[in-house]
Design a protein around this ligand. Sequence first.
Ligand code: ADP
Ligand code: MG
Length: 699
Amino acid sequence: MTEIHNAAESFGCNVFNDKVMRDMLPKNIYKSVMRTKQFGTALEDDVANVVANAMKDWAVSKGATHYTHWFQPMTGVTAEKHDAFLTPIDDGEVILEFSGKELAKGEPDASSFPSGGLRSTFEARGYTAWDPTSNAFVKDGTLCIPTAFCSYTGEILDHKTSLLRSMEIVNEQSLRILRLFGNTTATRVTTTVGPEQEYFLIDKKYYDQRKDLMLTGRTLFGAMPPKGQELEDHYFGNLKQRVSDFMKELDSELWKLGIYAKTEHNEVAPGQHELAPVFTTANIAADHNQLTMELMKKIAQKHGLYCLLHEKPFEGVNGSGKHNNWSLSSNDGQNLLDPGDTPMKNLQFLTFLCAFIKATDEYAPLLRISAATAGNDHRLGGNEAPPAIISIFLGDELQGVLDAIENGTPYRKNADTTFEVGVDALPNFPKDSTDRNRTSPMAFTGNKFEFRMLGSGDSISCTNVMMNTGFADVLCEFADELEKADDFKKTVKALLRKTIKEHKKVIFNGNGYSEEWIKEAEKRGLPNLVSTADALPHYTDEKFVKLLEKYGVYTRAEVDSRKKVLLDNYSKVIHIEANTMISMAKREILPACLKYSKFLTDMILSKCNAGLEHVLEQKLAERISSLCSSLYESIEKLEKDKEKAESFDEEDYENTARYYRDVIFNDMKELRSYADALETNVGAEYWPLPTYTDLLFTV
Ligand code: ADP
Ligand code: MG
């Protein structure tokens, strides 16, 4: 009881939220900030000064001494540069000061953040600008101000700016549609997102003994443990004490930051867990997800644990993803993806639904790109995560409705429920019956879409930028057509029918993990961009650049720079993995195997001298020796191929990535196979690395 009471009391206590502002700011200033928050209007200088001062006083009362503009460069993690509130005045004294200018704008040195050639180093300046829609907060004695990050000439260098822009266009276009359906009350439509986050917890002492985990976040070696996840006894199982302590502390720290972590449970793989927050506005959800990942890592260490956010920390064991639950809510209280209970509301729902279907079909590669990283390549298409093919799962009932619309027949669920678009109310769909399919990358789950392709370590921003922009574009096209219509209902019905006909190829309600689906998808002409190296080059396809440019989400130069940053990152990640593998194989694994070999040959010698038979030792020694030779050969091959990669033109991002995927990636697989075979043949006391059993079953 007291725990819950305390949680309610401390919820959001480290956030400079609306309530704090209402209490601390003069009424007119507060109103002005709320206007800025809601409509994105600029804050006047004198208002900013008052807000900044209140923020500083509040932060100092929470123990803060510094402030930082908190931003999300394209490295995928958040960045901060701390400045003290202290300002020296005459005669060596200092005062605590924080101005509106310091709140609104910062100028971190941008030269070390990836820009994909947007910014040459002689004009390396960048600036950060306050995002008043996301609340400031205190973390570790520092006031953190969520900001967007741009180059000095205004090009976007982060994840936030474009997300805010894409939300704005969803708002504009959704309102156009709502007006057409006679809505006069809504003045704002927001994209809502609830990201479910998967992660692994392992014992910190084993983490410290594995260079691959430390340098790359995943195990580059490791034979399958005798027991895997086959018993599925971990899924929703009882929480171990240490894990439960960790989750409690994590929840409590998240709550203080106003992040409402709601459910925590064990996942399918041993050592794997999931956290789901209550959904909120997309850009806040993105900020909160970054904070959640950061806190998971930090708090785990306090419990002697290490939190792995890599998409595939363990070969042969399910990897970790992130589910982006996405919907739209209007400020007059509607979820626009909720089938309504009147014929007109139904028609409105079906219009938004069909727009979503069309957008997903038209812009599928952009969604795929938003989940394209070296880490996630290990998941997509494995039998644990959706395949790299984008498709939508609707469920039988909704499928029945769409079929009926397409064929111009009434939808008949059973003898007494029929439904005609625009005439009847849709029959009630039981929500749980829409979510049985876990193999689809984009599932309709009753009143939202769940995009399941994202990797656990990814920022959710890019995915939401793509979902929002594509969707808004189709809404715009729909609105253009419907605004001209004489007979509105008739035009809507015709539009829906046409949309379903043309885009139903992206709908697939079957098993996305099956081989048949891959063939079927190919027949339907759906793109199957298997790896990151296949997906990223499409970023600059004319169709996509045009879309992103049209709505001011990215300029052509920004799209190009993003593609380069991502491709470059991909190659670098594999390069670092290859280096780490070579070093571990040569300096840890081979020496251990040779030691074991020596033990065996010594044994053979002494048995020989004693005139004893030594067939077993001989066999073992030969096996080890042959595996070691193969291991060494594969190290040499990897070294040679890697040298070649280093000779590639630095600007040739696409071919470099291709090469890392086609050559280095496979070399690494081969090298690993020998090392893993050795692991199962070499005496345990000789093996230099904690095993999968140690990593997965000891927390
Ligand atoms: P499951 O594990 O079956 O996918 P969960 O209940 O664990 O379902 O997670 C559902 C997620 O969807 C939660 O994060 C929740 O906040 C989010 N969600 C629910 N409604 C909406 C909505 N309207 N918009 C965005 N996200 C939503
Ligand atoms: Mg889910």
